[in-house]
Ligand binder design. Structure first.
Ligand code: NOJ
Ligand code: CA
Length: 680
């Protein structure tokens, strides 16, 4: 009886008749390993559960939405129908960690219909891939829900068994420092609110990562552990308390769960990109990956200032010095921070004073960009807003016009402020404060991207909203920050510990590229508390491990000139890839990744470890069979140790083939960076 009540589709009735034990609508990944079941419970609450290789990994979690002025869609439903589809296609990225991405999934749409007196309906669209699954709500226009609707809550649950042997890697959600926290490694019980991606290892060794894809026209969520093992989507609110302001029909972003048999496999997932819409910008040949240097680290180590005065960093003269260095060593861009009016005084709390088209007296934008052009280098622009979007947006068009007119192709934006302190002006001119991951700011980022795209400019966002794969739809969104980056090694209290970059690949980087700004070669010397907690070889490995299509060579030119050996790798390493393969790793312990340079036969390998030294044996089976390669290896020397001998770097060459295994010894907080180029 129950089967007939729930299932309108005759095909499904037939299937269930064959397999009477089946419960709800089930969809499996193409390889059959992941199965997701969708149904309603006895109260008509929509719910889903997931299994991997026949073992339940996520018990039934609830689904639903609540509204300000309409009846909630969270209980009193039946399954009115289902539809399935399968999809297998390969698409090409204009730039990326791999050129071709296979989107192979099975889809299930489940239509829910009210069983109460109140007519309500919505659908859940679920896609199951070999590397995980995603689902979204689709709410059609319907009587009672016409036009504008305000969402006050989403009650999606991600359920896990709260076992002490389950480990989570997470940063706290909705706290003042946005995503810039050290990762916690704890049992589930210690989590209250966590940002996504949040990654867990189940006692079986299966790894899961929870996140979302295609975050547009909606607000972000943090995971709120309401009861042991039950994480609910807590939507980031607007300043008036509403979570999402939308209109029917609407779709939510995809709620995603990446599933992998081990930690390294998690890194090979393309789930987030596959759940985003294709490029809407058309020809994006003007979006160009590359490396840059800049007037940046000098301010972070307090050798120069953003504000004007005797130590002002952004002078015409200093910019020309960096341009000379970039031209001589093949860096495409020079970032200059602090050239425009607004950095004086307490700018952190006074974003209103920023003028995005007015130079300080000691900086001549035209002279600098003319000089850069004559040397084949481009200025990388900067828009620090101090989160005063109300001040920035009216200036934005003119600011991008100016950069376009002087040949700038990339702009770094910044939203420095405590979380929740994004300033905007409402229609009456009243100043309101919004979250960095709230719907207002999410919309703002798209306005920036479109404004920039019209002028063929690409964006690198700092203090951003988390990445959800929108680079597929807007390929001019090159990279962003959104975690503790290198700057914390200059002034963080404390600096990033050695394990930090052994956690980032498995958490923050699962969401997309990060402008971490690697490549510090003068690892100490600012003050005893602030040094880079890596060996030099590990610092080089970051160029391969932490994917970003634009990578900074973050140190001062004079420091690079003292380390020509390390500089050589930074000059050689690619930033755009045909393929990326995670070779080995454990979250928080170590990672090894191989990447093939886009349009060239060279491969690069990056490997790094936390504070524990370790040996790795990396089979080179990814190389072209039968071809001989010269491996240029930058590795920790015999004495290397991040605390006592961080500069002990050995550079050596070996002849290798795909049949070889590379034995690497990584020091305490050490690493290895390798270029493999075909032997002549
Ligand atoms: C924070 C950014 O992460 C950093 O890169 C930048 O230098 C400062 N804000 C100033 O804009
Ligand atoms: Ca920052």
């Amino acid at each position: 009886m129950r089967v007939q009540v729930r299932c309108a589709g005759s095909l499904l009735v037939a299937l269930l008749a064959i397999a009477p034990a089946a419960w709800g609508a089930v969809v499996r990944s193409p390889d059959g390993r992941i199965a997701v079941t969708v149904d309603v419970d006895k109260d008509g609450i929509p719910q889903y559960s997931a299994s991997y290789r026949g073992v339940e990994i996520m018990p039934a979690g609830k689904l639903g939405l609540r509204f300000q002025s309409q009846p909630a869609m969270d209980a009193g439903f039946r399954v009115a129908g289902t539809a399935t589809a399968s999809h297998d296609a390969t698409w090409e990225q204009p730039w990326g960690e791999r050129r071709f991405v296979r989107d192979h999934h099975q889809e299930l749409r489940v239509d829910f219909e009210s069983t109460t007196d109140v007519a309500r309906r919505f659908s859940l669209r679920l896609r199951v891939f070999d590397d995980g699954f995603g689902f979204r709500y689709e709410v059609p226009a319907q009587p009672g829900y016409d036009g504008a609707v305000n969402i006050t809550d989403e009650v999606t649950e991600f359920r896990l068994d709260d076992q002490p042997a389950t480990t989570a890697w997470w940063i706290p959600g909705r706290r003042w420092n946005r995503y810039e926290y050290l990762y916690n490694t704890t049992p589930l019980a210690e989590i209250q609110m966590a940002h996504t991606p949040m990654t867990v290892r189940l006692p079986s060794g299966v790894h899961l990562s929870f996140h979302e894809a295609a975050l547009v026209d909606y607000t972000a969520y943090v995971l709120d552990q309401r009861r042991p093992g039950i994480f609910r989507t807590s939507l980031t609110p607007w300043s008036d308390g509403i979570r999402v302001k939308t209109r029917t029909p609407f779709k939510t972003p995809w709620r995603t769960v990446q599933v992998a048999p081990n930690a390294a496999a998690l890194l090979n997932s393309s789930l987030i990109l596959n759940l985003n819409e294709p490029n809407v910008l058309g020809d994006v040949s003007w979006v160009v990956p590359g490396k840059y240097v800049g007037i940046w680290w000098a301010m972070h180590i307090n050798q120069a200032t953003w504000s004007t005065g005797p130590r002002h960093g952004a002078t015409t003269e200093a910019a020309k010095h960096y341009i000379d260095f970039a031209a001589q060593h093949g860096f495409a861009g020079v970032l200059v921070e602090g050239w425009n009016v607004g950095w004086d005084g307490d700018w952190f709390f006074n974003g209103k004073q920023f003028r995005f088209t007015e130079s300080n007296p000691d900086f001549d934008l035209k002279a600098v960009t003319d000089y850069a052009r004559s040397k084949g280098v481009r200025l990388v622009g900067h828009h620090e807003t101090a989160a005063d979007v109300g001040n920035y947006e009216p200036q934005m068009a003119a600011a991008f016009d100016l950069y376009e007119s002087v040949g700038v192709r990339q702009v770094k934006t910044g939203y420095v402020a405590d979380a929740g302190d994004i300033r905007r002006l409402d229609e009456h001119g009243v100043e309101l404060r919004e979250w960095h991951d709230g719907q207002f700011t999410i919309d703002h980022h798209l306005r920036v991207l479109r404004e920039a795209a019209r002028r063929r400019i690409s964006i690198n966002t700092h203090e951003p909203v988390k990445d959800t794969g929108l680079r597929r739809t807007y390929p001019n969104w090159l990279t962003r920050e959104g975690a503790r980056g290198q700057e914390y090694n200059a002034w963080g209290k404390p600096v990033n510990p050695p394990e930090h970059v052994a956690i980032l690949p498995y958490t923050r980087l699962l969401s997309g590229p990060m402008d971490y700004t690697p490549g510090i070669v003068d690892l100490d010397g600012y003050d005893p508390k602030h040094r880079v907690p890596h060996t030099l070889a590990k610092e080089l490995s970051l160029y391969v491990v932490l994917y970003s299509p634009v990578q900074m060579a973050a140190d001062l030119p004079e420091n690079y000139l003292k380390r020509p050996d390390a500089l050589q790798f930074i000059k050689d390493v690619a930033v755009d890839w045909d393929e990326s393969i995670a070779l080995a790793g454990e979250v928080g312990d170590y990672v090894a990744i191989a990447r093939k340079q886009r349009g060239a036969p060279d491969w690069f390998v990056g490997a790094l470890t936390d504070e524990n030294p370790r040996s790795l044996a990396l089979p080179l089976g990814f190389l072209e069979p039968g071809r001989r390669y010269i491996a240029e290896i930058y590795r920790d020397g015999p004495q290397a140790d991040w605390q006592t001998r961080p500069y002990d770097l050995v550079v050596e060459q070996r002849l290798v083939t795909a049949a070889d295994t590379l034995e690497l010894r990584l020091a305490s907080s050490g690493g290895a960076a390798i270029r493999l180029r075909p032997a002549p």
